[in-house]
Design a protein around this ligand. Structure first.
Ligand SMILES: Nc1ncnc2c1ncn2[C@@H]1O[C@H](COP(=O)(O)OP(=O)(O)O)[C@@H](O)[C@H]1O
Ligand SMILES: [Mg+2]
Length: 479
């Protein structure tokens, strides 16, 4: 993540908040000022218009207008106030502030005159050409003559009231900002405090075994963040435990596997050395040693094959090709391949197979059959029987492997599915066992969401029942 300038949320929000508030206050004050200014202008215009009407009524248009205008003007000693009478063409007839009105320019273009001719009365606001100060001009058509009367008065608009208005505006701004500062600080604290606390708790992540504790906050979003962090931390802990567990299992597996391989290699080496050093002279004994060497290497091959199979089953990414596996032909194939072993052990295999098929990987189902049947033959008694039943129940496919063998002691029933666990190691080895067969079976059963059950009675026999759900649930990989 790119790190720019570090900004703290509280300060940043606060600055922005004040900026927005100031902009709003300025816009507000401006609108307010424009409004008031217009009201003052309208009111002043109306008052001046009234004054003009009074003047209009008191003027005698047949007499000397200049004299009358001066007389009216003398009522007000303000120099900037001025009364002008114009004819309908804009020519000045009399003006209170100018002696010789003949020299005055035509007023036809003036805004207030244009309006007065058009609407009867008009007003305008501008800087006076002669006095250079802001003025208000109000003009009106005379009622008893064809003249236009115009009055001009110095006019500051809103500035006239600035002494009263400015302190009010300043007071308004200061009070609004003050109140907002106080409230926004409080509001900001209510938002940032939980975040600061959550961030503080999160710093514990550097601890070896972090335990997070979060309060209950007023804002639901904060609670969601806190809850999600707790959930995530729980999930991480669980996966760490799982990884740790898998690590131990793997370590045990490797150490067991190496041990299992070391023993046959040592004995193979022993036999070879004896033959090499001509210590075995008897041809028959030599043959026996070679037979033993062959047996040990077969055992090693079996072991390596089983290790490879387990590692393949454990690799989650492995792509398993599924197809419709016809069970009966597959069972027959396995029986055929086990026939020599059965003969050797003097065991008869009986099968009863309902013609069904199952969506699965052929090789995996074959491994399952081979391992369970090999066990049933190997751990049997001479003249014993192995009974394999393939059947279905409403929701399940059921495989039963029953034997009349040595049985499994109660205390071993749970453990025989563990890797390298054997009840009788000598017997297992003699029969080429690796101790991995049932672990492979368990893997395959779990892969198809099935389950395996064991019933066994010592010296009477064992019965393994495997059940697979019929519904095509996605198979899961399992370690
Ligand atoms: N059908 C059975 N009857 C008696 N004991 C059995 C049977 N199947 C398995 N076992 C016991 O469980 C152990 C583990 O079986 P397995 O994982 O297949 O390993 P292996 O057959 O290579 O020894 C065997 O060594 C044996 O002691
Ligand atoms: Mg086995």
């Amino acid at each position: 993540m790119m790190k720019g300038k570090v900004v703290y949320m509280k300060q940043d929000i606060f600055k922005r908040f004040i900026l927005i508030l100031s902009i709003i206050l300025i816009i507000n004050s401006t609108i307010f000022a424009i409004l008031i200014s217009n009201i003052i202008f309208d009111k002043t215009s109306n008052e001046l218009l009234y004054t003009l009407r009074v003047a209009d009524n008191s003027l005698d248009y047949t007499g000397n207008l200049k004299e009358q205008v001066d007389r009216i003007k003398s009522l007000d000693d303000d120099e900037s106030t001025r009364l002008t009478i114009l004819d309908i063409n804009g020519k000045v007839i009399a003006d209170s502030n100018v002696e010789d009105h003949e020299i005055m320019e035509n007023h036809m273009e003036r805004e207030e005159i244009v309006e007065a001719i058009r609407d009867g009365s008009g007003s305008a606001r501008r800087k006076s050409d002669t006095l250079g100060i802001p003025m208000i001009y109000v003009a009106s058509m005379a009622q008893n003559s064809d003249c236009i009367l115009r009055i001009a008065v110095s006019y500051n608009g809103l500035f006239h009231y600035s002494e009263t208005i400015i302190p009010v505006i300043i007071f308004n701004i200061v009070v609004s900002l003050g109140i907002s500062l106080l409230l926004s600080k409080q509001f900001l604290r209510s938002v940032t405090k939980p975040l600061v606390e959550i961030a503080g708790e999160l710093r514990k992540i550097q601890d070896e075994n972090p335990e997070f504790h979060f309060k209950e906050y007023n804002y639901e979003e904060m609670n969601i963040i806190a809850d999600t962090i707790l959930e995530m931390s729980r999930a991480v802990k669980d996966s760490m435990k799982q990884i740790e567990f898998e690590k131990i299992v793997r370590q045990e597996f490797f150490s067991n596997a190496s041990h299992e391989l070391k023993t046959p290699i040592t004995s193979v080496n022993g036999y070879i050395e004896l033959i090499e050093n001509d210590l075995v002279t008897d041809e028959a004994q030599k043959k026996d040693f070679l037979k033993r060497i062959k047996k040990e290497t077969t055992n090693m091959t079996n072991l390596i094959n089983d290790i490879l199979l387990i590692s393949r089953l454990e690799t989650k990414e492995i792509e398993v090709t599924l197809s419709e596996v016809r069970i009966c032909p597959l069972l027959k194939e396995v029986c055929m391949s086990l026939e020599p072993l059965a003969k050797q052990c003097d065991v008869t295999i009986v099968t009863s197979c309902k013609p069904i098929s199952m969506t699965a990987n052929t090789q995996q189902i074959k491994e399952l059959f081979t391992n369970l049947m090999t066990n049933a033959i190997k751990y049997n008694k001479p003249g014993g029987k192995v009974n394999v039943i393939v059947t279905t129940e409403p929701d399940e496919i059921v495989f039963i492997f029953e034997d009349t063998g040595v049985g499994i002691p109660e205390e071993s029933k749970q453990r025989i599915f563990e890797r390298f666990y054997r009840v009788d190691k000598g017997r297992s080895k003699k029969m080429g066992g690796t101790g991995l067969g049932l672990s492979i079976v368990k893997h395959v059963v779990n892969y198809y969401n099935g389950n395996i059950q064991l019933e066994s009675k010592l010296n009477v026999g064992s019965k393994f029942t495997v059940r697979f759900p019929k519904s095509k649930k996605e198979p899961i990989n399992f370690t």
